[in-house]
Design a protein around this ligand. Structure first.
Ligand SMILES: [Zn+2]
Length: 458
């Protein structure tokens, strides 16, 4: 007897090794894992609970490979909106220096709920601001994920270079290297679950080449190797970063990345807008993953990431909605659609299909997180994470011939049901957990307090 049976789908897009697409398909989930998949000609198992998916597309749960959830507390913050990446950061760091456990827990609850509504079932979070006296922020956000039932990969972010060292952040939000490494090891011991089907995994994530020292980058890579956890950072996000790295390190960002011991399949990096052809080949050889963040890249004007070239070179490419105050929206459906549009704008209509975008949002993301075959795919033994997408109503009227193309060309849309480990997180388009109204009002109070810091300082 299965725990959950999702049945009657217009199409089940498994995104499995054979890319099977099953008309009229069904998926059974038992003990948190997919236990059977079939079509109308196979008899599904009996199940404790059945969800109908008539007229819907069923996909694996989408995987978000880059985010800064706490930034939803400074969303669309007017004083920061017109500048370059570096100006934007310098405006916002003083506000983020007010983060504490309550702020992070509340922002995570709201942000994770938003992600679930957009079809995400596994998300990372890159939390790199750890203000002095702010408390255990990563544990606070994990509590929100556990309450909601989301699969969560928080990364222990860090910054060690402040303004006085030639970095961008103020002194109050950077930490000493030893403190960062000790806390990283503590969080891995406390939360990281290496087992198949794990709900929480930790990765180590210095913010960027210009916010930590090369020594800390190297020490972090060594610690990740020792603890067998993954590595994440921002890389090649902006032409200004090329200039900075050449001036400070005497080499380009990806050369510096290799120099500090990060060129491996243990790492995945955010953005990667500016690699040259030779650097793309190196990323592919290393197996270093890339979190492509189309909305954020467009809003910050960083440029067009060479996504097709990276995928052709064997680079695992996933999607990220990126920080809540750079991309401001957190829907992986929207990022998948935008990735498709950008790919076509860049190289022509044949360059990026809806299936390519779906693949990045699922298999690509799984590869970035070192969980290929386990998440981001519907196959027997993979996790029971899936999304039931409505293909009805005005937006889909007339789109009868290809449910996957329709899913991204029409819209906008959100998940009808989001299932994580066989349990619904979103049902009939609404969050299952009942705390959202209370958490939204708390979020508004905390956000207003943090944003008031700007006026007080200014
Ligand atoms: Zn980012």
């Amino acid at each position: 007897m299965a725990d959950l049976l999702v049945i009657g789908a217009e199409l089940v897009a498994t995104v499995d090794a054979e890319r099977r697409e099953i008309r009229g398909g069904w998926v059974a989930i038992t003990d948190g894992l997919v236990s059977a998949i079939g079509g109308p000609e196979q008899t599904p198992p009996a199940a404790a609970r059945t969800l109908r998916a008539d007229g819907c597309l069923v996909t694996p749960g989408l995987v978000n490979t880059h985010h800064h959830i706490y930034q939803n507390l400074t969303r669309s913050f007017a004083p920061a909106l017109g500048g370059t990446l570096f100006n934007w950061l310098k405006t916002l760091y003083p506000l983020w220096s007010r983060l504490d456990e309550e702020a992070v827990h509340t922002s995570a609850y709201v942000g994770l709920t938003e992600l679930a509504l957009g079809g995400c079932t596994t998300t990372t979070d890159h939390l790199y601001v750890h203000p002095r006296g702010g408390g255990d922020l990563i544990t606070a956000e994990i509590a929100a994920a556990q309450q909601l039932g989301m699969r969560f990969h928080p990364t222990r972010g860090s910054m060690s270079l402040s303004v006085k060292d030639g970095g961008l952040p103020p002194d109050s939000v950077v930490q000493e290297p030893d403190e960062i490494l000790d806390d990283s090891a503590r969080l891995v011991a406390k939360h990281h679950d290496p087992s198949h089907g794990a709900m929480v995994r930790i990765a180590l994530a210095p913010c960027s080449p210009f916010s930590v020292s090369p020594e800390l980058m190297t020490a972090t890579a060594e610690l990740a190797e020792e603890l067998d956890v993954r590595l994440h950072t921002h890389l090649a996000e902006d032409p200004e970063e090329d200039d900075y790295c050449l001036a400070v390190f005497g080499r380009r960002p990806i050369d510096q990345f290799a120099e500090v011991g990060w060129g491996s399949d243990r790492a995945w990096v955010a953005h990667c807008i500016c690699p040259n052809p030779e650097e793309i080949e190196r990323l592919g050889t290393w197996g270093t993953g890339v979190a492509h963040c189309p909305s954020s890249n467009m809003i910050l004007g960083g440029g067009l990431a060479p996504v097709a070239e990276m995928r052709a070179a064997g680079v695992p490419v996933g999607l990220g909605c990126d920080g809540s105050s750079s991309a401001d929206s957190a829907s992986l459906w929207l990022e998948a659609r935008t990735a498709m549009l950008l790919g076509r704008l860049r190289q022509g209509a044949g360059a990026m299909s809806a299936r390519d975008a779906l693949e990045m949002a699922t298999r690509g993301g799984a590869a970035c997180l070192g969980r290929a075959g386990e998440i981001g795919v519907l196959a027997v033994g993979s996790v029971g994470d899936l999304v039931v997408w409505p293909l009805d109503g005005i937006a889909y009227a007339g789109a009868l011939s290809d449910p996957i193309d329709a899913w991204l060309r029409c819209g906008p849309t959100a998940a009808r049901h989001t299932v994580v480990a066989g349990r619904t997180v979103v049902e009939n388009g609404l969050p299952v957990d009942s705390d959202l109204p209370e958490m939204l009002s708390r979020h508004r109070r905390i956000a207003a307090g943090i944003q008031a810091a700007f006026e007080n300082a200014g």
